[in-house]
Design a protein around this ligand. Structure first.
Ligand code: ZN
Length: 356
């Protein structure tokens, strides 16, 4: 039986999201229909909405949420109807995937069709469809609202620190960009025991907020050169610098903020690109070579959701990852354009969610 759904549609040729009532088809053998509890607003969707590349069709978007399974295909074995779940844009564990996901097309009220973006799921709707690889069980003892952000900013930020970089106790860390992803990176660095943990941002309120998540020092990038400041604070640069922005200037600054290696001796520090880069960048490769520095890319924090989400929930239960504080704004589905406008204006201190 088709499932009626009120979904958010990104039109093919306009940057304004529209609410539409559609019928979700029966799930294919590997798909899950999820009735949504909450979903996060991400900069990735801002990039999608304002992309200069023409869209080939209207899109159903959103890529992190919580909900309850209301229907599933016959080949979906890891969750059943009535189970609470998180959804995420990364496959939960490719080692367990015995199929290749296929794009689903949805008929809009005007007879045209919409599909999902680069992932085989969407979350902006009261009911949605996701490939089983994007659906992760959510235990009963945690709330369903703030856990909606585990599927993107938490796995991206915390995963970059833990999985991609492998930060160890006592190592020094700088995090550029104290939004939802950067704060998750800071929280993970604190759990691991990194020190110092330097938050870099252009907004004083965000720097103050970052200290709630474990930042030990805040550096305001508008009050002088943050790279110089980091070198002063750490006596020569950090072990790891995370760029949670992907801006041209931060991609350069993170590399320069890492420590120099010793010729014939120790290797230098590591810059980790976490945010989505929006423009090409000039890097001083001699600085990289002479300093024996490393530059890493971290997509989704190199996370394996089946393995990592239970750990993030353990941190949450232990009070080490304060998701309740991280979710700073809440919108209704009808307010989604206002929510993204606030995000674009830099008004979201932590992360915004939509409650269904
Ligand atoms: Zn995201």
């Amino acid at each position: 039986m088709p499932t009626p759904a009120r979904v958010v549609v990104l039109p093919q040729d306009k940057p304004t999201l529209r609410l539409m009532d559609i019928q979700l088809p029966d799930p294919s053998p590997y798909e899950v229909v999820v009735q949504q509890f909450a979903t996060g607003l991400c900069h990735s969707q801002l990039h999608q909405i304002h992309s200069p590349t023409p869209r080939e069709s209207a899109l159903l978007i959103g890529h992190e949420s919580t909900g309850v399974v209301v229907a599933k295909g016959a080949q979906v074995k890891h969750v059943k109807e009535g189970d609470r779940v998180m959804t995420t844009w990364l496959p939960r564990d490719l080692a367990t995937a015995d199929h290749t996901p296929e794009r689903t097309w949805y008929t809009l009220p005007d007879g045209t069709e919409a599909t999902t973006g680069r992932t085989f799921m969407f979350t902006f709707g009261d009911n949605v469809i996701a490939d089983e690889q994007h659906v992760v069980p959510l235990p009963d003892d945690v709330p369903t609202d703030v856990t909606a952000i585990i599927g993107c900013p938490v796995m991206t930020g915390a995963g970059a620190v833990r999985n991609t970089a492998g930060v160890q106790v006592g190592q020094s860390v700088a995090v550029f960009g104290a939004g939802g992803v950067g704060l998750s990176a800071i929280a993970a660095a604190a759990v691991i025991g990194a020190t110092p943990i330097i938050a870099v941002d252009v907004a004083e309120d965000k720097l103050a907020f970052a200290k709630r998540f474990g930042a030990t020092i805040g550096v305001n990038a508008t009050a002088g050169d943050p790279v110089e400041r980091i070198h002063e604070l750490t006596n020569g640069g950090v072990d790891f610098a995370f760029d949670c922005m992907g801006a041209t200037v931060t991609m350069q600054q993170t590399l320069a903020a890492t420590k120099y290696g010793v010729w014939g001796g120790a290797r230098g520090g590591t810059a980790v690109l976490v945010g989505v880069p929006v423009a090409p960048v000039d890097l001083d490769m001699d600085e990289m070579l002479s300093g024996q520095r490393t530059y890493l890319g971290s997509l989704g924090g190199s996370s394996v959701p089946d393995r990592d989400f239970p750990l993030f929930l353990e941190w949450f239960r232990a009070g080490q990852l304060d998701l309740t504080a991280l979710v700073t704004q809440r919108f209704r589905l009808e307010e989604i354009n206002e929510g993204f406008a606030a995000l674009a204006r830099g008004e979201i201190l932590g992360r915004a969610i939509i409650e269904l």
